[in-house]
Design a protein around this ligand. Structure first.
Ligand code: FES
Length: 98
């Protein structure tokens, strides 16, 4: 298990490596948008990874192409539905609320 911290609320949960950030955030009871059911098409699950970025799954083409279309993207940006947890603790910042 690894630790996921969700800002700005500061919620911390234990999650299985290989779990998508979207699923882990939902399991934690936090509000995150996902209009395309996690297909990497809507961009609504865009968030910032504050810590632990290197342990996450690598960005794939679908995610990169979608991120290119989103306003406010930075080097910390990931799509929660396309990003899987690794073995290291991760801290993310949610950018939108339902
Ligand atoms: S839920 Fe649509 S891009 Fe992640």
């Amino acid at each position: 298990m690894t630790t996921l911290t969700i800002m700005p609320a500061g919620t911390t949960i234990e999650a299985q490596p290989g779990t998508s950030l979207l699923d882990a955030i939902k399991a934690a009871g936090a509000q995150i948008m996902s209009k395309c059911s996690g297909k990497g098409e809507c961009g609504a699950c865009h968030l910032y990874v504050l810590e632990g970025r290197k342990s996450l799954s690598k960005t794939q083409r679908v995610e990169n192409e979608k991120l290119d279309t989103i306003v406010g993207v930075s080097s910390k940006s990931r799509l929660a539905c396309q990003t899987k947890l690794g073995e290291e603790p991760v801290t993310v910042e949610l950018l939108s609320f339902v």
